[in-house]
Design a protein around this ligand. Structure first.
Ligand SMILES: *Cc1c(COP(=O)(O)O)cnc(C)c1O
Length: 453
């Protein structure tokens, strides 16, 4: 299987290379050259345990990794999950299901992809003998999940920038109370945007990039998307057969990575009832599906901080299929968008998507009402998906984080704080971080001082 860039300006590459590169050299995102049809496999895949299903799925894509190596990578990636089902499907009502994606080490769905990605990196280093330097900027969950996916890995050093004083108490501890000597949380002055800018400048220095084997862990990596497709498939197979093709997946959405991963299965012969993307007040994707206009807005901090974004980096992957794999058209639209901050589609087909947005007040109200009617606590991101289920049943709502990660919002909503043992442990541990100015020079010097390059 080979992988092409959505902009058609880079030559196709194999799976391991697409994973190692993250972003394609022409600035596009990688997608499979052609998608397999999985319909014929479903009979054999029914009833498989999560890691076995994940292995069977990745066998279709990671064709340049030996099967026994791949099997081992996948098995190790899900050992760190605390629930035996890995992604348990809870039924709250006749036609209402919740897919719990928060049983990994950092209690958010990003662990599914980053545990696996960490092991793919390790395999890459084993093959090439070249150590790598992972650099990322985070406003919360990604940084913690990336650190937990890479800590202690041979040949990998990981540097995560986060804006000092602007991530939550628990998120900061998930990044800084690690005790692994290959992990460097860098608390930078300024906002997340300042960190993001310094990161971009560091990546644009080609000489430095090659010298230290710089790699990014943002949500554009293809392995992250494919890892997320697996839990859609897994939960779909857990549903009663007569419901499967009618069931809508409701997905709390920021960068459009998670919901895209599910939608992609539809192109592989798996029929679902549809996809509903649920945004918070930062509603760039909701506005697109309502109006056919993709337009940046200002980011305003919300109760669901991991969805506070204004440019959905995975949208380009959907766009590629939307324009029938026409590279030129993708380039034209992305160029226009980056120059003007918006793009208006002449005719907009929703391709099976519907959407909604939730205000902070609605998030709070939903946490309260789901708690009293079903005795079930949802986190503020998941709550966005439960605001209005009219016309969406039967549905599976993706629970993207554990409620204990957001104690303040939950306390305000229901008057009590949920607890998770792994977070309780963190509360008393010392923070180890490195204060830094958000500049290219400061970042590069820090990396060189702390690695053998
Ligand atoms: C990252 C994140 C999201 C948004 O996912 P996207 O793939 O960016 O759409 C939603 N909920 C939580 C808890 C997250 O960490």
């Amino acid at each position: 299987m080979r992988y092409v860039s959505t902009r058609g300006g880079s030559s196709p590459v194999g799976f391991t290379e697409a994973v190692a590169l993250g972003l394609a050299p022409d600035g596009g995102l990688y997608l499979p050259e052609s998608l397999p049809n999985l319909e014929g496999k479903l009979k054999d895949w029914e009833g498989l345990e999560y890691p076995d299903l994940c292995f069977s799925f990745f066998k279709e894509f990671a064709t340049d990794i030996e099967e026994n190596v791949l099997a081992d990578i996948v098995r190790r990636s899900y050992q760190s999950f605390t629930h035996p089902g890995v992604a348990p499907l809870q039924q709250l009502d006749e036609d209402l299901y919740v897919l719990e994606l928060f049983h990994g080490p950092t209690l958010a769905f990003k662990d599914f992809a980053l545990q696996l990605l960490g092991n793919f990196y390790e395999e890459q280093i084993r093959r090439t003998g070249k150590p790598i330097t992972v650099l990322g900027a985070t406003s919360g969950d990604t940084g913690a999940a990336a650190i937990h996916g890479l800590l202690g890995k041979e040949g990998v050093n990981i540097f995560i920038l986060y804006p000092e004083g602007r991530v939550s108490f628990l998120q900061e501890r998930q990044m800084t109370c690690i005790g692994a000597n290959n992990v460097f949380p860098l608390s930078v002055t300024g906002t997340f945007d300042d960190a993001q800018l310094a990161l971009k400048e560091t990546f644009s220095d080609q000489t430095f990039k090659e010298r230290v084997g710089l790699s990014a862990v943002n949500s554009i990596n293809l392995a992250r998307i494919l890892a997320q497709s697996v839990y859609y498939l897994y939960s779909w197979l857990l549903l009663p057969e007569q419901k499967r093709t009618r069931t809508t997946y409701v997905v709390p959405t920021g960068n459009f990575g998670n919901v895209f991963a599910g939608w992609l299965l539809g192109k592989m012969g798996i029929t679902m009832g549809g996809f509903h993307l649920a945004t918070n007040q930062n509603d760039v994707m909701h506005r697109l599906f309502e109006s056919g206009i993709y337009a940046k807005g200002p980011v305003t901090p919300s109760y669901a901080p991991s969805m506070d974004i204004q440019v959905a980096s995975n949208f380009e992957r959907f766009l590629y299929y939307f324009v029938d794999c026409d590279f030129g058209k993708v380039r034209e639209i992305m160029k226009s968008f980056s120059e003007t901050g918006s793009y208006r589609f002449e005719e907009f087909h929703n391709h099976g998507f519907s959407s909604s947005r939730a205000s902070d007040q609605e998030i709070s109200a939903v946490i309260r009402s789901v708690s009293s009617s079903h005795g079930y606590l949802v986190d503020p991101h998941t709550a966005c998906g439960l605001v209005n289920l009219n016309g969406l049943l039967p549905c599976v709502v993706l629970a993207t984080a554990h409620p204990a990660k957001f104690p303040e919002v939950i306390r305000e909503a229901v008057g009590a704080e949920p607890k998770a043992p792994s977070l309780e442990d963190l509360k008393d541990r010392p923070i180890v971080n490195y204060p830094l100015e958000p500049t290219r020079e400061a970042i590069q010097n820090f990396i060189l001082e702390n690695t053998d390059f």
